[in-house]
Design a protein around this ligand. Structure first.
Ligand SMILES: [Zn+2]
Length: 423
């Protein structure tokens, strides 16, 4: 039995950025056909009424820390120095079990806001990743590595890779996640490069996130963050660099030669450093996806608001309102994020042969109307409230605004009781 999405409008985000009135046929995990309304269903098929909806690829969030959902609201309006230790007052009361529950709550929140795929990293990933898997969300996961923790971290990272594998065909699969250029020695960074090449997995790392980080890299004899990536074998299309706030003009100029994908986190960047990367200089040259980062530095898990912020702040930085177009932002939310994660062949657009990772948006809302330009509405007006259904791998995970694998009210109650101060 197949599932038919009938009567909707599809924002395909294909190579030609076509928007079409068409039905979708989903068989198993895959979109098997896109065709004229009423032509794809056969007796016995399950038909989903998509009249007055916009169907688009699920959103791809390329930099998250789902295990920190309980941290939300612990630190706002702090000076730059505050963030260097990654120590948020109050976080010490959380146990590993709390991180696991946090991850489940975050995955649900991502799904309810239209995100179908995340690149997630933190410590305790051997415990967190199963919670992400239970939610049904697509995820590439990495256990954070740094010199401070040493061999124990490698053992955990290896367990995660053994359990989930590095094959992107799997809904949850593993990468390597060295923490940052200043908290990882050259030996650790080169070992990550070696293992990434041997195992065919991606590397996820924070890059040029603070002035202190760049200063520490220079003390080690590097010209800057890019030089450090290059000389440790990490300046490749399989490394995803998050933030890039303190990349110099020269580094931005040279960056495309190495093809390193960027995880752009505008809300987090602005909240912790009051500045962000000028992505108009890199767009179209390397894959750029959007990331919501962790809940103390953003604090939302809402990719549609992230895209709007990225576009508007990016225009300001460029001093040019014509840059970062609606079309480019739609691609950043979907196919470009997928490409950054090495998943562009599987997800990120609505096309026959791709996985059925789909978002169904309600077009009958005040903020969804009128319909002069669907993409413009998505980037600048609709917001996550318009999310009706969310599918991953042909499975419905949000139906009419409700989770199918969990209960939002129960998760919110957990956030309140377990995430709040304890005696
Ligand atoms: Zn981060």
């Amino acid at each position: 039995m197949a599932t038919i999405f009938a009567g909707g409008t599809i924002l395909t985000v294909n190579a030609a950025d076509e928007t079409v009135r068409a039905d979708l046929r989903i068989e198993g995990k895959l979109i098997s056909a896109v065709g004229p309304a009423g032509t794809l269903d056969r007796p016995g098929d399950h038909v989903v009424d998509c009249a007055d909806t916009l169907i688009m690829p699920g959103l791809v969030n390329v930099h998250t820390h789902a295990g920190t959902a309980f941290f939300r609201g612990l630190a706002d309006d702090k000076p730059r120095e505050f963030w260097s230790a990654y120590a948020v007052p109050g976080q010490e009361r959380f146990t590993v079990d709390d991180y696991v529950r946090s991850a489940g709550a975050a995955a649900a929140e991502f799904l309810l806001h239209g995100t179908t795929c995340i690149a997630d990293r933190l410590g305790f990933m051997d415990r967190i990743a199963p919670a992400l898997e239970a939610s049904g969300i697509r995820a590439v996961v990495g256990h954070t590595l740094s010199d401070a923790k040493g061999p124990a971290d490698w053992a955990t990272a290896e367990r995660v890779i053994e359990r989930f594998g590095t094959n992107p065909e799997r809904r949850v699969h593993a990468g390597l996640a060295p923490h940052a250029l200043d908290s990882c020695s050259d030996a650790l960074l080169t070992e990550c490069a070696r293992r990434s090449a041997a195992q065919g997995c991606r590397i996820f790392i924070h890059v040029a996130q603070s002035e202190a980080e760049v200063a520490a890299i220079r003390v080690r004899g590097y010209g800057g963050a890019l030089d450090c990536l290059v000389r440790n074998g990490l300046a490749t299309p399989t490394t995803v660099a998050a933030h890039g706030i303190y990349l110099t003009d020269e580094e931005i100029e040279a960056w495309p030669r190495h093809g390193v994908p960027i995880a752009h986190c505008p809300a987090s960047n602005l909240k912790i450093e009051a500045r962000t990367l000028a992505i108009h200089r890199l767009i179209g040259k390397v894959p750029i996806g959007l990331g919501t980062d962790w809940t103390v530095t953003n604090n939302a898990m809402d990719m549609l608001s992230e895209a709007r912020l990225a576009a508007l702040v990016g225009k300001m930085l460029a001093d040019d309102p014509t840059v970062l177009t609606v079309r480019q932002m739609l691609r950043m939310l979907t196919i470009d994020g997928a490409r950054a994660l090495g998943l562009g062949h599987m997800i990120g657009s609505v096309e026959a042969g791709k996985r059925a990772d789909l978002l169904v948006l309600d077009l009958n809302r005040l903020d969804s109307t009128p319909h002069h330009d669907f993409g413009s509405n998505v980037i600048y007006a609709m917001g996550a409230r318009a999310v009706r259904d969310v599918w991953v791998d042909g499975e419905c995970l949000v139906q009419r605004g409700r989770l199918t694998r969990g209960d939002e009210a129960t998760l919110a109650q957990n956030n309140r009781t377990l995430g709040s101060p304890r005696q």
